[in-house]
Design a protein around this ligand. Structure first.
Ligand code: BGC
Length: 452
């Protein structure tokens, strides 16, 4: 039977977390981290990245970053004082390639790489040099070494035949051979692993990275002997970066609303990545849309008439959400534009009361996402430092991703929740720091670290 429609007040109760609930979620994550290190092959995935930069390294290295939305290829120059210079090309991944075959996808990636290498500025930097490229892959990979990893199940609405269970570097090398591109590929990493390393080049206190973009995930540093599900060779380095694949956690401890359940059951991957479906940019707009559809039907929102086009799944995007969030309360310009231009709601049927409701819905889901991302940060700090309240050392958490960077106040709410969990009034030792292009820069740095 259909669950009842929650009023806005009830929805707020279900989606805003007080101190006790935040603590319960944190404990849920802590249990999942342990389970992942002990036996779950799908989470807490060893990256085999055991070296971190000092910030003094120099040279130009290449990077390739296949995300959920874009491909980026880059030549990253390390300047030696924690600073980097980046020349890059970015291409939106065409829908037909997301649903095509691996060879077409990798041919397209090789084309993009060729165009980068042909840029005059890049040509000058790499002329006559042996080239090293790090690869960032924003999907779960089961790694068996730093340059070996088979693709596991893919999310983010990707369905590429011939990719799952195949080694990404082998596919890439084949595509590069077909186009006579000569580069060494010493490493493949998850985008969170790249982001952690990219920020560590600037600041060696970086011990956690989080991505909140199309998808969501986090990485942290773990003692290798703690990774009990894996047997490492004797003399294996003591610590390693681990890709948590946190997007997969939470089914046993996160409270889901009626709309979370509908979104999951109607998605292309029911049951997969429950946490990601509550937090990331691919899904936030859809949660708002599903709620609006239900409110129109059962709570007389917009006088019971659904704005034209809003019946289409995923038609309400996180970009529209972030535009609405950036409206001033005295001037809901973007909200009016979204409802009356992007969707076909007649202007005269838009009341102030309805506008306030839609704004509140948008805020509800982005605020919940920020609170949950803050718990991810807190749980990973606790995991590595043993405590979250009495931290003695400086800790930096590098955060990248379109939701973090573009959603109005997201970083503010995330930092506020992190302070609440720590019981402090201001940031002291622990700081969230935004980083852009972390996946790319990190892949290049890791290529440098593993080129010899
Ligand atoms: C993927 C992760 C990735 C994250 C952020 C998730 O959907 O499973 O591997 O790190 O998105 O891009």
């Amino acid at each position: 039977m259909d669950e009842p429609t929650p009023s806005l007040v009830e929805l707020e109760k279900q989606t805003a977390f007080g101190k006790r609930e935040l603590e319960e979620i944190l404990n849920g994550f802590s249990r999942s981290f342990r389970h992942g290190l002990d036996k779950d092959e799908n989470t807490m995935i060893p990256s085999f990245v055991c070296r971190l930069p000092t910030g003094t390294e120099t040279g130009t290295y290449l990077a390739l970053d296949l995300g959920g939305t874009n491909l980026r290829v880059a030549a990253v120059t390390l300047l030696g004082d924690g600073k980097t210079e980046i020349e890059h090309k970015q291409y939106p991944i065409p829908e037909e390639l997301k649903n095509g075959d691996a060879e077409s996808l990798f041919n397209w990636i090789a084309d993009g790489t060729k165009s980068l290498l042909d840029l005059p500025g890049v040509k000058a930097k790499i002329a006559d040099k042996e080239l090293y490229m790090g690869v960032t892959f924003s999907f779960p990979i089961k790694q068996t070494n730093i340059d070996k990893g088979k693709v596991m199940k893919m999310g983010k609405s990707f369905n590429v035949s011939g990719l799952v269970d195949h080694d990404v570097i082998e596919l890439l090398r084949d595509a590069f051979d077909r186009q006579e591109i000569k580069v060494n590929i010493p490493a493949i990493v998850n985008d969170t692993v790249g982001t952690l390393v990219a920020h560590a080049y600037k600041d060696q206190n970086t011990i956690v990275s989080i991505i909140v973009g199309t998808g969501t995930n986090a990485a942290c540093i773990v003692e290798s002997r703690e990774i009990k599900k894996h047997v490492f060779k004797p003399n294996f380095p003591q610590t390693m970066i681990v890709n948590t694949e946190i997007s997969l956690m939470g089914s046993d401890f996160l409270k889901r609303t009626k709309y979370d359940k509908i979104l999951d059951s109607q998605s292309s991957s029911p049951g997969f990545q429950p946490f990601e479906k509550m937090v990331s940019g691919l899904y936030l707009g859809e949660l708002v849309r599903l709620t609006i559809v239900d409110y129109v039907k059962n709570l007389n929102l917009f006088g019971g008439v659904l704005p034209g086009g809003m019946e289409v799944p995923y038609s309400f995007t996180s970009i529209q959400m972030s535009n609405i969030e950036s409206d001033k309360s005295s001037n809901p310009e973007n909200l009016v534009k979204v409802l009356t231009e992007d969707f076909k709601l007649p202007k005269d049927s838009l009341s102030n009361e309805d506008m306030l409701k839609v704004r509140e819905l948008v805020k509800r889901y982005s605020h919940r996402s920020a609170q949950l991302s803050a718990v991810v940060a807190a749980s990973l700090i606790k995991f590595q430092c043993g405590d979250i309240k009495e931290i003695e050392r400086e800790v930096r958490i590098a955060v990248d991703g379109s939701v973090y960077h573009h959603f109005n106040k997201y970083s503010f709410w995330m930092a506020k929740t992190l302070r609440e969990i720590q019981d402090v009034k201001e940031d002291k030792k622990v700081k969230l720091v935004g980083i852009k292009n972390g996946g790319c820069i990190g892949a290049a740095i890791i290529a440098m670290l593993y080129s010899h």
